[in-house]
Design a protein around this ligand. Structure first.
Ligand SMILES: CC(C)(COP(=O)(O)OP(=O)(O)OC[C@H]1O[C@@H](n2cnc3c(N)ncnc32)[C@H](O)[C@@H]1O)[C@@H](O)C(=O)NCCC(=O)NCCS
Ligand SMILES: Nc1ncnc2c1ncn2[C@@H]1O[C@H](COP(=O)(O)OP(=O)(O)OP(=O)(O)O)[C@@H](O)[C@H]1O
Length: 249
């Protein structure tokens, strides 16, 4: 099974790509934003830690009736305070990572040929280490801000800029990615690019069954990917964006 890490800055188009991959190519999507919401539901360990750390500074952090976190309040606060964002990450990321690994295992036993990890913080949370291929969606800064403001009208322009500012730059993401998708044009153009990439990356059905039915083969192939990523790829700009791959092919 090929594990594909899908990342990109806020509002770059990851969910739009994921939707295409799920609806048109029937691929399983493991959505980190969705998991990150589930692990902070009232009563969960991460919820309790967040409330005890942040409530002293944010009296309206919790909805008095539902007890759910007030996400806009927490979001505004952490994206204005880098150290507090790091605290939130240190509480949420281990739980997100555990749940994602569990979802990958489930997908493996379902004989999936390819699974997509849709993770905004793929490199920061070190989830790229499990991925055979890392794909980054990028778009120009102005377009990113425009799309973010249109999608989240509840956020001010300053809030949007704070969110973008607190993320890894496109340059670094590109340097760590195997494939780069530029999303500066229409959705149709984006879908064309996505379809092309799926065609290039899709492993054979035979190989996927082989890996599950002969577990040592599957484990060896997962280990090779992990070792390659941790020993040889970390922080090194040695990967080739797909645009370059296509030119040299
Ligand atoms: C800060 C929170 C409360 C804001 O919630 P909100 O509902 O407004 O946003 P949502 O969760 O839908 O995220 C929207 C986008 O914000 C960006 N974002 C979210 N968390 C982070 C973060 N820790 N660092 C940088 N960008 C982030 C991503 O691009 C994400 O797609 C929430 O994002 C959160 O709990 N973040 C910490 C967990 C996390 O890192 N999630 C990302 C997946 S690993
Ligand atoms: N090519 C495109 N043309 C026009 N609008 C687009 C295009 N791609 C994405 N959008 C729109 O831009 C917004 C952001 O896209 P999307 O939600 O896919 O980004 P994202 O990377 O998943 O964001 P987040 O990190 O917040 O989850 C959405 O409203 C989406 O419909």
């Amino acid at each position: 099974m090929l594990i594909v890490g899908l990342t990109g800055g806020i509002a770059s188009g990851k969910s739009t790509v994921s939707k295409r991959l799920h609806e048109h190519h029937s691929l399983t999507i493991v959505d980190a934003d969705k998991i990150a919401k589930e692990i902070v539901e009232p009563g969960k360990p991460a919820y309790n830690k967040i409330v005890s750390h942040f409530q002293p500074n944010l009296p309206n952090l919790v909805d008095p009736e539902t007890k759910a976190l007030n996400r806009p309040v927490l979001g505004k606060y952490v994206f204005e305070n880098k150290s507090e964002l790091q605290v939130l990450n240190s509480i949420t990321h281990p739980a997100v990572r555990r749940q994602m690994i569990w979802e990958i295992i489930k997908s493996w036993f379902s004989f999936d040929k390819m699974v997509i990890l849709d993770v905004p913080l793929l490199f920061e949370a070190k989830l790229d280490e499990f991925c055979g291929v890392n794909v980054c969606v990028i778009c120009d800064g102005e377009l990113q801000l425009e799309r973010l403001m249109a999608r989240n009208p509840e956020l001010s322009a300053e809030d949007c800029k704070n969110r973008i500012k607190n993320q890894m730059s496109n340059e670094v993401k590109i340097s760590k990615s195997d494939v780069v998708i530029e999303n500066n044009s229409t959705r149709e153009k984006l879908y064309e690019e996505v379809d092309k990439i799926v065609k290039q990356l899709m492993p054979s059905t035979f190989w996927s069954y082989f890996e599950v039915l002969i577990p040592p083969v599957g484990l060896a192939s997962a280990l090779i990917v992990y070792l390659r990523n941790t020993l040889f790829k970390k922080g090194v700009s040695s990967t080739v964006p797909i645009a370059k791959l296509q030119k040299t092919a």
